[in-house]
Ligand binder design. Structure first.
Ligand code: AMP
Length: 290
């Protein structure tokens, strides 16, 4: 496994391999990250992982400084997965002195995480554009855990004609359903126990959906009720939105389905999770004409 830091070192290492799958991360790796690595391995000649805690996607007063870091453990995990190349750039490698370009995606970034974290997705879109261009990755792997991020990255790649294929990997969960996240380490014991409320809320909405509920408010209420049973949980948003535009829905179109998502604070820790309400297939033989 080759570990490189500068853009020049990266370019040299990149030139030595054929098709490349990139897994962008902020480190402090867990099984969720490794599931992206495993998805990348089957589909590419080589797999690269970037580890970079990107300052531009953190807002004032967010956890950039205290974001958990353990580079040695990360490298050991990646070596054990048979990763070929790891890029661990410094801030100056990603944003060289004088760098002045930002990539801003409009529309879908106004809501949900974008509304709660102004500027977050400009930081994300900018760093992902740099990572994809610098690695010339054929495919890049992102977790469904960050559903809005996937939409923003797909939009950006299409709009900027970046030739990398974006692949989404399902959310990897703990045995009790909690979505794996580097930030779970912030939770104390009671908060950790209560944090399953996120997935329980999403599953409650999914049960309603399966039972035939199509009203957006009723689906949001199903989630809010579950969260309300958890005294430590302070919901930031609870959403039932169109899976592409992220517009909040009054009624879910059964042929389109919906993205249920939520952000919930436990003390100073903010957790997110989501679940897709899968669209129903159109009934057979239901065409208007003959
Ligand atoms: P992060 O290091 O948190 O920026 O995450 C790096 C990548 O791993 C992103 O594409 C995340 O969506 C993805 N990821 C994080 N947690 C999970 C998870 N539990 N399951 C699947 N993918 C994940």
């Amino acid at each position: 496994m080759k570990v490189v830091t500068t853009r020049a070192e990266l370019a040299r290492a990149r030139a030595e391999v054929g098709s490349l799958g990139l897994v962008p991360t902020m480190g402090y790796l867990h099984e969720g990250h490794l599931s992206l690595v495993r998805a990348a391995r089957g589909a590419n000649d080589a797999v690269a992982v970037s580890i970079f805690v990107n300052p531009t996607q953190f807002g004032e007063g967010e956890d950039f400084e205290r974001y958990p870091r353990d580079p040695e453990r990360d490298l050991a995990l990646l070596a054990a997965e048979g990763v070929d190349l790891v890029w661990t750039p410094t801030v100056d490698d990603v944003y060289p002195p004088g760098s002045a370009t930002r990539v801003s995606v409009s529309g879908i970034t106004d809501v949900l995480e974008g509304a709660s974290r102004p500027g977050h997705f400009t930081g994300v879109a900018t760093v992902v554009a740099i990572l994809l261009n610098a690695t010339r990755a054929d495919r890049a792997y992102f977790g469904q855990k960050d559903a809005q991020q996937v939409l923003v990255v797909r939009r950006m790649v299409e709009d900027l004609a970046i030739p990398t294929r974006i692949v989404t990997v399902p959310t990897f969960r703990e045995a009790d359903g909690l979505a794996m996240s580097s930030r779970n380490v912030y939770l104390d014991e009671t908060q950790r126990a209560g944090a399953t409320a996120l997935v329980e809320a999403l599953r409650a909405a999914c049960r309603e959906w399966t039972a035939g509920v199509r009203d957006g408010d009723a689906l949001r209420a199903a989630m809010t009720e579950v969260l309300a049973r958890q005294p430590q949980a302070r919901p930031d948003y609870v959403s039932v939105a169109d899976p592409d535009s992220l517009a909040e829905l009054d009624t879910v179109d059964p042929t389109r389905g919906a993205l249920c998502s939520l952000a919930v604070r436990f003390g100073t820790t903010r957790l997110i999770d989501n679940l897709l309400l899968e669209p129903e297939p159109a009934p057979c033989g239901n065409s208007a004409g003959r």
